[in-house]
Design a protein around this ligand. Structure first.
Ligand code: SAH
Length: 341
């Protein structure tokens, strides 16, 4: 698929078809403006016929808008797979939250994205497409982009789709394209230790976000099957490695689940575990997912628990929940339309 290619690779592609090199840039511009092939005016019918099989094809099935301005898009891909992505408006600009897989095989007990398991990985271009479409909706172009930040926090586990995700990071931060600096990109993972190290070794320096959700392995195992493969201790070693290589402070996500991980004692234990690290904790009262019987805590309780972390020297905030009314908040994205599962 042509969106998987860098500008250089696209130049090579057109040369191999016997076309002049400048056609590569024309196709690139069309792709980055999220144009469907029939909307492209710079290419002749003959050329379109030659590239048709490689040019992406998609359909926006639905865009829901939340009261707080958050937008959730359901996008149908070439093979009829559906992915959801979210646009969030902040004071400093617009953030797109992308999905990296259709479904997910991590099986976290509180997350809607895992329902039905993993269908398939998304290609680099399919992840990029989600950003390009929102940029277009906002009236942005390649050079005057409106999307300022990207978070890999939609459906899927990014580090379980390593090659496509890292190619996406290269395309997204390329100066030929949207030129979004890696500082403005956050990658969230449930903690695939070897690939956290690999990401650092491969020279990436995006903000690393770890879905921790527990102060110890016993609690973590109850809600996250991946905890059987990697201990918190090993995840923290990998975080140290990432920090040493990149200098980027690590963010820990902690969804507060009533009667599971939201006691005062849990916060004290968490403070001990994270003591002395250059990190920040985001507390999020669990968002409801109707198939799951876990319950989030009240916001007031979250602020109280946040205070305990801060008193114990841990930088922490309660994250603002956005888009919950359209099931666009953390853990609510799926690979089916609007909650039909
Ligand atoms: N698989 C990656 C990327 C998903 S990011 C990861 O695990 O980090 C989505 C974030 O929302 C993760 O931190 C996830 O643990 C969290 N999350 C999942 N379900 C949630 C829910 N119901 N309420 C709040 N947060 C949730």
């Amino acid at each position: 698929m042509l969106l998987d290619l860098s500008l250089e690779e696209l130049d090579e592609y057109v040369l191999n078809l016997g076309l002049p090199k400048y056609r590569g840039k024309q196709i690139y511009d069309a792709l980055y403006m999220a144009k469907q092939l029939d909307e492209v005016t710079t290419l002749s019918k003959d050329i379109k016929a030659k590239i048709e099989k490689d040019y992406p094809n998609w359909e926006i099935l639905k865009i829901l808008e939340s009261e707080d301005g958050t937008k959730k898009m359901a996008l149908k891909l070439q093979d009829d797979s559906i992915v959801e992505s979210v646009l969030l408006k902040y004071k400093y600009g617009y953030t797109v939250c992308v999905s990296t897989q259709v479904g997910c095989r991590m099986g976290c007990k509180f997350c809607a994205s895992t329902i039905g398991g993993l269908k398939r990985n998304l290609s680099a271009g399919e992840i990029l497409l989600q950003v390009l479409i929102f940029n277009k909706i906002l009236g942005g172009t390649i050079k005057d982009r409106k999307v300022t930040n990207v978070v890999l926090m939609g459906c899927g586990e990014p580090l379980d789709n390593y090659d496509n995700v890292t190619k996406f990071l290269m395309l997204l931060s390329s100066s030929d394209g949207l030129n979004i600096s890696q500082r403005n990109i956050s990658l969230s993972t449930c903690g695939l230790v070897p690939n956290i190290k690999k990401l650092a070794d491969d020279g990436f320096n995006v903000t690393l976000t770890i879905s921790l959700h527990a102060p110890n392995d016993d609690i973590r195992k109850k809600i996250m099957p991946i905890a059987n493969a990697y201990k918190i201790k090993d995840i923290l070693f990998a975080c140290d490695y990432y920090f040493a290589k990149t200098g980027r402070r690590i963010i820990f996500e902690y969804s507060l689940i009533d009667e599971v991980n939201a006691s005062e004692e849990n916060m004290l234990e968490l403070s001990k575990v994270l003591k002395g690290r250059s990190c920040h904790v985001n507390l999020i009262p669990l968002n409801s997912v109707k198939e799951k019987n876990l319950i989030g805590v009240a916001r007031k309780r979250a602020y109280y628990l946040c205070g305990i972390l801060e008193k114990n020297g841990i930088s922490a905030t309660v994250r603002r929940t956005m888009g919950e009314d359209i099931e666009g908040a953390c853990g609510q994205l799926r690979n089916k339309l609007g909650g039909e599962n």
